[in-house]
Structures are given as C-alpha cells and as structure tokens.
Ligand binder design. Structure first.
Ligand code: NAD
Length: 361
C-alpha cells in the first residue's frame, strides 16, 4: 500500500533525528512491501527564517492532506533574538499549537516504558521498579483550564486572576473512547485520574467515562484522585496500563511518568483526533546544545514512527518490528551518549543508531 507521510524536521536536532526515522521507515517499506511517500514542510525557526511565520497555510494544507505527520522538534535557544524578540504567536513553538489546532488533535498519548537494559537510568529504587513498567498517558489536549476563559481584574480594589475549567460531555466522551480503544490493544485497564472529591468537571468526567466503559466490558476501569496518582507513579508504576486524564493533570503527570523512565531521548508521543490523521513526535525538544554533532538519540523519534504506523496507518506488525528492533539494539549493548553508563563500550552516534535499528528490521 502507498501512504503519504508529512515530515516536519524542524530545528536543532530535529532534522538529524527525523532522517534516522525515515531510514527505519524506508526499511519497513522494503521489508513489508509498502510505499511511504514523504513530503517535507517547514515549521518553527526554519519557517520563520524562510517565510517570516512559524507555519504557513500551505504547509498546513500539505499536512492535512496526508495520512500522518512525523515531527522532529522546533525551537532554538531562547537567547536567539531573531526568533524570540517577537510576539508569542510568531515564535517557533507557535507552529506547534497551530498545527495541533488545525489538525483538530484532542488526544495526546505519551507512553512511559522502562527498558530492562536502561533500568540503571531509572531514578526509582530497584524494589519499586520490579519487572519494570509499561503505561501510556492519554491526556485531553484542547479543553480544560488552558483553554478556559480567563481574566485579571480588581475585585473590591484587590487584583484578582480568574481561570475557568470547563468540559462538556462530548469532549470527554471522544477522548474516553480513544483511551478504551487503546486499552483494548494493551492490557485492558483504564485508570481515570481526576479530582472528583472537589471539582464538578471531574464528576462529569466520571459519569461520562463510566457510560463509555459499558461499551468495553473487557476493560477494567479504575478511578484515582490526581494527588494519589502522583504518589502511585513513584510507588507502584507497574499498576498502570492506560491513564486517562484531563489537560492540566495530564500535563503534569506525563512529565512525571517520563522522568521515571530516566531517559528523555527514548520517549515518543502521538497526538490524535477523530480521523486517522495524527501527529507523532518525540517528547523532548530541539536540544540546540547538541545540534549538528551526531550526538542526539534518535530512538524517541523512531518509536514515534512506530506509533504512527500503529495508530494512523493501522500497520501493527510493522510497528512491532520497529519496537523489537530498538529493544534488540539496546540488548546488544549499543547506546547513544545520553543513555550510556560510564563503562559502556558501544557508544554510537545518531546516524549509527538509526542504521543499527534499520538493519534489525
Ligand atoms: P530539550 O528537550 O530540547 O533538551 C533538554 C536536555 O535534554 C538538553 O540537555 C538536551 O541536549 C537533552 N536532549 C533532548 N533530546 C535529546 C536527545 N534526543 N538525545 C540526547 N539528548 C537530548 O529541552 P529544552 O532545552 O528545554 O528546549 C530546547 C528547545 O526545544 C526550546 O526552544 C524549546 O522551546 C523547544 N521544545 C520544543 C518541543 C517540541 O518541538 N515539541 C518540545 C519541548 C521543547
């Protein structure tokens, strides 16, 4: 089958890591008899340099008309006045918000998986790590506190700021369905994280998610308060399969979950909407400090490409093949510098890591 994939290399290490993901996808195409047609668009600082804006309408159209979008990262040193001495909507990161909005991506998926070979990088104690953990956080991306009405005003002469948190049942239902669908492909457990002891919006989440769960009788639904979840993530992370939560709680918990894997260069992410079209990117940024040095770890981007195959193109075997190739390369002892122990004898660069993974597909 032929698929159209939009590539957004972006800034900093973005072009280097996306090139390695393409190398791996090309190998998948070869092995499994597919054809991936790549179209590159500019976003972020490179688009500002070329067009004066972080993302053009033409670029958005290309992304909209493809089957999936693979992104490296955007942004530079905040000290770079060329990109940052401008209004916020003209800075590199504004491109990210714009593309998420234009593609109507409301669900953000961030897997947090601990590779056995990388256990030493995990900041948790060995007895807590046990046999490792494997979870995915499904975060609502377009509602809640970050998109509510807000104002700062004087109330009885006292400066007061107000942020509002609102969700409607439709916004909750569509992401709940995503979470249950994902759980069906995993260990069939959804933990809904909220603050239902205090917030009305959380109580609505519980009601709607309970309704949705009736359609998925095989999936266990567990309710957990967000403060407890923050503790459970560092006390017993193995209990989680799919964590479903609203925007702000997801923002905080997904960073906590990525930290306990110990390695930012390994973490992929996906942003999904109603249709199959999704945006896939590593959880890390553009790492300007190591750009152009063949030092960046491409694995997060390569695993994002695996998510792209799984969720947008429905190519499960092919996605498994990438994930297995990554595990194999790690088990053979190869490491980029960010995940290497001091006694590691197989430190490789960005390009070599990409080739090693592609060779094992
Ligand atoms: P960062 O994730 O780029 O870097 C943090 C640290 O992790 C750096 O020391 C970096 O060298 C290291 N690192 C990150 N990715 C790595 C990789 N693949 N391999 C090895 N080491 C890696 O975060 P930051 O420094 O806070 O941000 C840099 C720029 O990235 C900023 O302009 C920021 O706005 C942007 N950013 C973009 C995105 C995105 O495009 N989605 C996300 C976060 C930050």
């Amino acid at each position: 089958m032929a698929y159209n994939i939009t590539l957004i290399p972006g800034d900093g290490i973005g072009p280097e890591i996306v090139a390695e993901a393409v190398k791996v996808l090309d190998k998948v195409a070869d092995k499994f008899n597919h054809s991936f047609l790549f179209t590159k668009i500019l976003m972020g600082g490179c688009s500002i340099d070329e067009y004066g804006v972080p993302l053009t309408d033409e670029a958005i159209e290309i992304a909209k008309n493809s089957d999936a979008v693979l992104l490296g990262a955007v942004g530079g040193n905040v000290g770079n006045s060329r990109w940052y001495d401008v209004a916020p909507n003209l800075r590199p990161e504004a491109g990210l918000l714009k593309i998420r909005k234009e593609l109507q991506l409301f669900a953000n998926l961030r897997p947090a998986y601990l590779y056995k070979e990388l256990q030493k990088a995990c900041p948790l104690k060995e007895e807590i790590i046990g046999d490792g953990f494997d979870m995915v956080i499904v975060r609502e991306l377009t509602g809640g506190l970050y998109f509510g009405e807000r104002e700062t005003k004087k109330v009885n002469g006292v400066e007061t700021a107000i942020d509002t948190l609102s969700y409607n049942e439709n916004e909750i239902r569509r992401i709940a369905i995503k979470a249950f669908e994902i759980a069906m492909k995993r260990r069939k457990k959804v933990t809904l994280v909220d603050k239902a002891n205090v917030l009305d919006s959380s109580r609505l989440w519980r009601k709607v998610v309970a309704e949705v769960s009736k359609e998925y009788s095989e999936v266990e639904l567990v309710y957990m308060l967000v403060d407890n979840c923050a503790m459970q993530l560092v006390m017993n992370p193995a209990q989680f399969d799919v964590i479903l939560t609203e925007n702000m709680f997801g923002d905080i918990l997904s960073d906590e979950a990525s930290m306990i894997t110990g390695s930012i260069g390994m973490l992929s992410s996906a942003s999904l909407g109603k249709s199959k079209l999704g945006l896939y990117e590593p959880s890390h940024g553009s790492a300007p400090d190591i750009a152009g040095q063949n030092k960046a770890n491409p694995i997060a981007t390569i695993l994002s490409a695996a998510m792209l195959l799984r969720y947008s193109l429905n190519l499960t075997k092919e996605a498994d093949a990438i994930e297995e190739a990554v595990a194999k390369v790690l088990s053979e002892g190869y490491r980029t510098v960010d995940i290497a122990d001091s006694d590691c004898e197989k430190i490789v660069g960005t390009k070599e890591m990409g080739s090693l993974i592609a060779d094992r597909i």
